[in-house]
Design a protein around this ligand. Sequence first.
Ligand SMILES: Nc1ncnc2c1ncn2[C@@H]1O[C@H](COP(=O)(O)OP(=O)(O)OP(=O)(O)O)[C@@H](O)[C@H]1O
Length: 265
Amino acid sequence: MLRLDKLVKTYKTGDQALKAVELDIPNGQVLALIGPSGAGKSTLIRCINRLVEPTSGEVWLGDTELTRLSPSRLRRERRRMGMIFQEYALVERLTVMENVLSGRLGYVGFWQSLTRRFPQKDVDEAFRLLDRVGLLHMADKRADELSGGQRQRVGICRALIQDPAVLLVDEPTASLDPKTSRQIMRLICELCAERGLAAIINIHDVALAQMFVQRVIGLRLGAVVYDGPPDGLTPDKLTEIYGEEDWEATIDKVDDEDEEAEAIA
Ligand SMILES: Nc1ncnc2c1ncn2[C@@H]1O[C@H](COP(=O)(O)OP(=O)(O)OP(=O)(O)O)[C@@H](O)[C@H]1O
């Protein structure tokens, strides 16, 4: 349902960030996008909702070719793509509730958006989402009073209240400690499963990706060099994606986590 066809991005500087990337992501599939710094992960995510304009190629969301849309149609279609950011991108002086409701700004009229008056059904849904992520009791707190993990939960609610068809997630755990990172990844994956939502998660932590997703895409120098299940990421494959490194430690870490999880279960 999300399809990238020969997607190319060459920046004005001449940097070829994406080289004819082909990708099909069915409804409900959560995939991790991994690769070394500069591989093109952020560019790929941003070319999907055209925060970065692709140089050539096509992006399809269902039956709509996003790469052809006029600015006004694009604004409407962007509502179907929820985005979650590394630095949360909350408005610090607004409350948790106001930040969540800002995910509906694309749906309400101009005057409503200026006065931030939202329909009751939006407010009800915001409460439901905050309850789901364990933040109901914080609805009236200001965003700048929250921890990193709590902020990211608000960011997740803001993306979900858009009622998106796909989630674009850019390094959601890069600013969080390891335990909170696992909680946030688990939450994103559970919510996607509950809602049949597709997601692309740009993530640096390979072990974390392996713990939670069904499919991993490895990017190197703007090209897909791995597309498969997390357990297919052998040391050789990781070397192909990232270059030389001792990968046994990373893979062992995943095995340990699995055993730990089994022991708890
Ligand atoms: N605005 C820009 N102008 C010019 N070149 C850019 C721009 N943004 C990214 N690039 C280049 O495009 C390539 C891919 O960058 P991108 O940020 O997409 O990689 P990434 O995999 O997300 O890296 P990181 O993991 O470090 O965030 C790099 O060579 C980068 O220097």
